[in-house]
Design a binder for this molecule. Structure first.
Ligand code: FAD
Length: 475
């Protein structure tokens, strides 16, 4: 008989959280701390969503999305998780760019970028300073029609080198392009520039395990291998229950951390929404997906410090189509040294490229395997210039594709960073359509990435609190 992953679960909870990505985990934690009964349902056998890791023979542990996040993560983790988690966040100081236009190393801070753009690219200080101030002052309520392309042309007309330096890391970090609203760029870029790029010392496994302990301390009922099939509504379009692993569990509210479009079209069904909302939701574009190549070195075998993050490109300028192309010319290498996981003797490298789902979706199995192998080989060819003799030093290599991301997180088309900008409004207005149904998770570029997902989980859990305990009920 198959195992009952819901054994002992209650028949009703105040809140059911669907999905254990960083937004789902954080939302569950905040609500449990406020005293609500919370059931967290995750279809995978591991918590974390895209914030995940896997182990391989020989003691290798690979992180999937632990490449870098802004300093704001320290404050969010201290406030909404634990001091212990916040205290393990450390700065990555070696960010490198290697491309036909320039070769440089930076701490990825405003101070260092200003120095580089003025001294190496010859742009007047006043222009750079004004650009930073403009980006910093951008917020969600600003004009959304100006694109990032227009923002760059305003400050650095015709300077494809400066534009590349400013845009390439952000395109990797959240899939945004020059045609997305400038505010999405300004907000994310300024978050990074305030103090540089940070990581979690100990690896994603340590982080997610600490989060799990905290959730348990706060009384969250955590269930893995639980795939939610349906969100049930009452006659007034209020959430009533979720259907999961053949069971029906009732609740006062649902926080869906599943992909926005899956939540609307698969878990609820478009017949339950206003027509205009359905049209708006259908028009939401998914963000791109990714390919990765994971390389583990033999125990104790290392390499000279190559930096922490290396943006490598053979392409002549910044070009999103080229970045997404299956014919890879741009890669981001993350170098993991033993200090990343104190006590470890492993050097690891993860190469990431942005990718289109359509390039991988329908390949016959044999071709799919051959293309993955080819991706591994071309990655090693490229990496050899930074880590000479990589093939002899290596002990493990494998690749993931948009199909892999879709399989493990159930994101439509394996979207790595949720949806494009228009997804934010559709996500935020979901409760106006269905009483008690909320969405938190990567959307709209701004609410994507580790920090965006955590913060969105907090914002939405506060909305759920207001729904469950209206302020007039407290008096
Ligand atoms: C290759 C790659 C590299 C990245 N690098 C970085 C980086 O360096 N820095 C950074 O800040 N961000 C990075 N990101 C992005 C970041 O990882 C994500 O934006 C963030 O982790 C997403 O969190 P989320 O809350 O939106 O949920 P997700 O991580 O998308 O998780 C959603 C969860 O819901 C579950 N789920 C879905 N449907 C159901 C269902 N029906 N029933 C039960 N469970 C369900 C899924 O299994 C999953 O666990 C990267 C992403 C990728 C793919």
């Amino acid at each position: 008989m198959s195992k009952d992953f819901l054994k002992g679960a209650k028949s009703h909870y105040d809140v059911i959280v669907i999905g254990s990505g960083l937004a789902g985990l954080t939302g569950a934690n905040v609500l449990a701390k406020q005293g609500y009964s919370v059931l967290l349902l995750e279809h995978h056998y591991q918590l974390g969503g895209m914030a995940t890791w896997f182990k391989r023979r020989g003691g290798h542990i690979f992180d999937i999305s632990l490449h870098g996040f802004p300093v704001g993560m320290i404050k969010s983790c201290r406030k909404y998780w634990t001091k212990e988690i916040a205290d393990s966040i450390v700065q990555l100081k070696g960010v490198r760019f290697e491309n036909p236009q320039f070769s440089l190393k930076t701490s990825f801070t405003r101070e260092d970028f200003t120095k580089i753009i003025t001294e190496e690219f010859g742009i007047p200080f006043e222009t750079v300073d004004k650009f930073f101030a403009t980006a910093r002052s951008m917020n969600f309520y600003d004009d959304q029609s100006k694109t990032t392309r227009e923002l760059f042309e305003e400050f650095f007309p015709g300077r494809t080198d400066v534009q590349r330096l400013l845009m390439e890391p952000i395109a990797y970090a959240n899939g945004s392009t020059l045609d997305d609203p400038a505010i999405t760029y300004g907000i994310v870029f300024s978050n990074f520039m305030s103090k540089g790029v940070y990581t979690f010392r100990g690896g994603t496994d340590a982080l997610v395990n600490k989060m799990k302990e905290e959730l348990q301390r706060n009384g969250v009922d955590i269930r893995i291998r639980c795939l939610v099939e349906k969100i049930e509504l009452d006659a007034d379009r209020h959430v009533q229950a979720v259907h999961v692993n053949g069971r029906r569990i009732t609740c006062g509210a649902v926080l869906s951390n599943a992909n926005l479009k899956s939540t609307i079209f698969k878990l609820v069904g478009e017949e339950n929404f206003d027509e205009s909302y359905v049209e708006e939701a259908k028009a939401v574009r998914l963000n791109n997906s990714s390919c990765q190549v994971y390389i583990g070195l033999k125990p104790g075998v290392g390499f000279e410090n190559c930096g922490d993050l290396l943006f490598h490109s053979e392409h002549s300028g910044f070009d999103v189509e080229a970045m997404l192309s299956k014919n890879v010319s741009s890669r981001t290498f993350s170098f993991y040294y033993p200090e990343t996981r104190p006590g470890s003797d492993r050097w690891l490298i993860v190469s990431s490229t942005n990718a289109n789902y359509s390039d991988w979706a329908d390949l016959p199995e044999e071709q799919y395997q051959a293309d993955k192998k080819d991706l591994c080989e071309t990655t090693l060819d490229c990496l050899d210039q930074y880590v000479p003799g990589i093939r002899e030093k290596m002990d493990w290599i494998e690749a993931s594709t948009p199909r892999t991301f879709q399989h493990y997180t159930r994101h439509m088309e394996g979207a790595s960073f949720g949806t494009k900008f228009e997804g934010l409004k559709v996500s935020q207005t979901l409760p106006e359509q269905i009483g008690g149904l909320y969405h938190a998770g990567s959307v709209g570029i701004i609410m994507s990435g580790w920090l965006g997902a955590v913060n969105y989980g907090v914002i939405i859990s506060n909305e759920i609190d207001k729904h469950l305990t209206p302020s007039d009920a407290a008096v």
